[in-house]
Design a protein around this ligand. Structure first.
Ligand code: SF4
Ligand code: SF4
Ligand code: SF4
Length: 454
């Protein structure tokens, strides 16, 4: 089976997605019901099977409509990318982005912290300017002809090592002229140390800033406390509001995580919108199966409902002129040139690497500290090429679960870290993550369809 159609009902719409072309059709009930039988039955059989519901003529018209769409290349199209991906896999590797762990230390003690409250398995450390400089040199040297290079100042909490961040930005600005590159710097911060000086610096130098907050006060403070147990919400909210405004509500986003403890997370998203934030990302937690806050299968029905509620509310607000962006509903339905990216995902382990304070390379922040995923260091480069090749071959067609998944062009095969944590294999897929991903894609398509109808 190469062609594929995904049909579903959401918010009163009958939606048909032609998976391979990305064409979306909003259809009436009769077309929807005929489509369910179109591939397996003849026109006559369909007329007879639906005779209690629709007159023969209506069924015949629906059948003709579907045949027309098929002939126009908008339904039952073939998958053109299965072969393409193999070329992609054999291409040389260019590094486009680094996540610099500027500080393995943190002034918060978030309960779900991948960094073990910023301490990374007991090894607290700050990156030195020399290591950071070698990392930028490594990126330039391994970026081929790619001009735009991304560098995320990440932690722990990067503002705990601000002087080094500033010096590295200055160094990057100097080097980009020499090598004809363009650095796009990003700062991810928990907001605790945020002040006017940092905001001014970030507004000048950072292409994007990521502001970590989970939503409502009780949600945020349960998972994102200080070491003494008190919550961080009251301290960070006014600073984040000021920061977002100072960037004209652009080129930033507030980023939250939802867990088993707040399965009503749509309230957290809407709370962030009510605080005035226009760019919002709230994502399911990346956890180990044994963590008490990990999302469980029995949470799924409620979580699906939450995405539906959120989608409806977003349509309402958009129509009232007070819309906001929710990153997980922003999918590229029109396609475009970056199919390779869409099929291979976040780029971890290949185009995107994490750098520890002492210059070691890992596939991404979620693998830092796991020696099995150590890839090399910024002075010698990637020496463990086996890991790189493993990540390179990790695209949707290499994964059994993804190959025929209707969401594969939007999902890119999910998160390798979650697959590893739950199945011990990055080529697997984390099933709960998949269920949520598919739901998000359905909602995103519905939102576009709903807004296009006005
Ligand atoms: S702010 Fe980030 S690094 Fe610090 S404890 Fe929270 S999740 Fe960990
Ligand atoms: S939703 Fe799951 S199965 Fe589908 S493409 Fe994504 S990771 Fe693969
Ligand atoms: S593997 Fe997962 S956690 Fe790591 S960068 Fe990719 S999506 Fe993020």
């Amino acid at each position: 089976m190469n062609h594929q159609v995904h049909q579903y009902k959401n918010n009163g719409y009958n939606i048909v997605l032609d998976v391979n072309s990305g064409a979306v059709h909003v259809v009436d009930d009769v077309v929807y019901d005929v489509l369910e039988l179109y591939e397996t039955c003849s026109e006559q059989e369909i007329v007879s099977r639906l005779k209690d519901r629709y007159p023969a003529q209506e069924v015949q018209e629906a059948y003709a409509e579907l045949t027309e769409l098929k002939e126009a290349g908008e339904l039952f199209t073939e998958d053109a990318y299965r072969d393409y991906i193999f070329d992609f896999k054999n291409r040389g590797t260019v590094v486009k982005a680094l996540c610099l762990h500027i500080a393995h230390d943190c002034n918060l003690a978030c309960r779900y912290c991948f960094a073990e409250e910023g301490e990374y398995h007991g090894r607290r450390a700050l990156m030195s300017f020399e290591v950071g400089k070698a990392a930028l040199d490594f990126l330039i040297a391994n970026s081929g002809s790619r001009r735009n290079l991304e560098v995320d100042f990440f932690g722990g909490e990067p503002t705990m090592n601000l002087e080094v961040v500033k010096r590295l930005v200055a160094y990057g600005r100097e080097q980009e002229k020499i090598h004809n590159k363009n650095f796009r710097f990003t700062l991810t911060t928990n907001g605790v140390l945020l002040n006017d000086d940092i905001m001014e610096f970030a507004n000048k130098e950072m292409a994007n800033v990521v502001l970590s907050i989970d939503g409502r006060k009780e949600t945020n403070d349960r998972m994102r406390p200080f070491r003494n147990g008190t919550g961080s919400y009251d301290l960070i909210v006014p600073k984040f509001q000021k920061f977002a405004e100072s960037r004209n509500q652009e080129n930033y986003y507030v980023r939250g995580t939802y867990t088993h403890h707040n399965p009503d997370f749509s309230k957290d998203v809407l709370h962030l919108a009510d605080l005035g934030f226009r760019q919002i990302s709230v994502e399911p937690v990346v956890a180990q199966e044994t963590d008490d806050y990990a999302i469980r299968e029995e949470d799924l029905p409620q979580l699906f409902e939450q995405y539906d509620l959120l989608a409806k509310e977003m349509i309402r607000r958009e129509k009232e002129g007070r819309g906001f962006q929710f990153f997980h509903f922003m999918i590229d339905l029109e396609g475009g040139p970056c199919v390779a990216k869409r099929l291979s995902g976040c780029g971890s382990g290949t185009e995107y690497l994490a750098v520890t304070p002492w210059g070691d390379l890992y596939p991404c922040h979620q693998f830092v500290g796991n020696e099995a995923f150590f890839m090399g260091n910024v002075t010698e480069g990637v020496t463990n090429t086996e890991i790189r090749d493993m990540f390179k071959s990790c695209n949707v067609y290499a994964k059994e679960k993804c190959k025929d998944c209707f969401a594969r062009f939007y999902c890119s095969g999910g998160c390798a870290a979650n697959a590893y944590h739950f199945h011990g294999d990055i080529h697997d897929a984390y099933d709960i993550g998949c269920a949520l991903q598919k739901k998000r894609v359905e909602c995103a398509i519905m939102i576009k369809a709903a807004l296009a109808q006005d």
